[in-house]
Design a protein around this ligand. Sequence first.
Ligand SMILES: [Zn+2]
Length: 487
Amino acid sequence: MKLTKKTNLIITSCILVVAIVVGIVTGIEFYDFSNYDTYFYTGNVDEIQKYSQYSPLLKGTVGDSNIYVMHGSENTVALIKAEDAQTYASVESLNNHDGAIVVAVSDSDQMTAASATVTKPVNGLADANQVINAVKSGSATVGILRYEDAKKAVEEDETLAIAQAEVEKVPSLLILGGTHANEPSGQITATLFLENADVQRGTLYITTETNRSAYTHSQPQEASPFYYELETASGSTRTFKFGSRATNTNQQWPNPDIYTHSPSGQQLSSSEVRNINRAYPGSVDGNYTERVAYAITQCVLQNDISMVIDLHEASPEYITINAIVYHQDAGYLAASAQLAMELYVETAADGTFINGVEIKTDASPTELHGLTHRELGDFTNAYVFLAESSNASQGKLRGKFTSDLIITGEDKFYEWADQLGLLYAAPVHINERVARHTITVTSIVDAFNNSGTTRLGENVGQLVINNVPSYVEIYDNGVGYYLHDVE
Ligand SMILES: [Zn+2]
């Protein structure tokens, strides 16, 4: 068939118009996705810190993520006048202020802050009111109280403050969700803790978007959906983003030919330069990803955090799945957690017999640099772990990439691969992946509580986190059941 010039022109114009329309529509969709803020319920949170507090150059940028802090209601803290905040900003000043610091629970009951923490935390509300009044009236400089009572006092009277100085050393845990924005069960597990945990003793730090920049774009050439949804107990939906493994090129570009990790000098392929889990310990004025990593490292250091657990997912054909990777000093805790998980036995509501949660443990290779379990372990005093679950949407064998696949893990090619014995673990529903990460966290906390000491050998007592659903509860009810309704 021979086309006239006129026909050619019409066909070309039509194609051009379609291309422009597709370009505009996808452009708008991508813009909306890029700027969409995921909502997290923060009703249980005592304090929201920003990364820029630890890594100043992040201020005002998209990656200046939140660190949610939950203090144990039974933690012992010092109540002071707000104007004295600088005086009591360090532990030394609180403990060695040469007689100026006395705690007036009653006139005859004067003690130093240091001894009060151990022997006489105030439990009854009547006693708490006496201490609060003593600080208010100036008859005591410092009042030793339960965190819950002190928080209430500060909320009611803005001339009061909780001293930054630690009266009693308590254990703490940082849960990193959203290190890789295309590994949903890490973020959802962190969200489950954020929206449910009731911390009784110790301090819980949570990030849900560890590398927030990575949530503003997609992995090129993966054709991944932008969002997926989970249904809450009331039947409403929560929308979460499916982002990329790497920092957005808007924040960091171009990639070098070879990525040289600092300070180890290790060389990796160029794309890893935007992978936060190759950027630790990070650097205050390094590339964007290094600045984000630096915020995390500094948060752990400055708060003397006892444990860090970094939650991930990987493809079913990758060897490190259903696994805990641990820094060498955390081997005993990883082994204890593994034992507890393997011995976990429950019958689910649908009759499924859960005969242990199978989990591998691997020591962090000492010469593989930039990862949480290596660098946070080497550069801080925390016990550090990384956990992986099996997710079909991570893998290369999958068929069509839909939001359904992210949630269910059901894919005919993976079923086939599983039948042929080609997988290290079959992909499973997000409920099981989150249940697995949750029991991993609680088992590590239990192991820590049984050992009773920090990595430096200090006895800091128990980290008590209540109201976290068990493996079988998440399996039965689904993770959405444990998420709050949001606007
Ligand atoms: Zn990952």
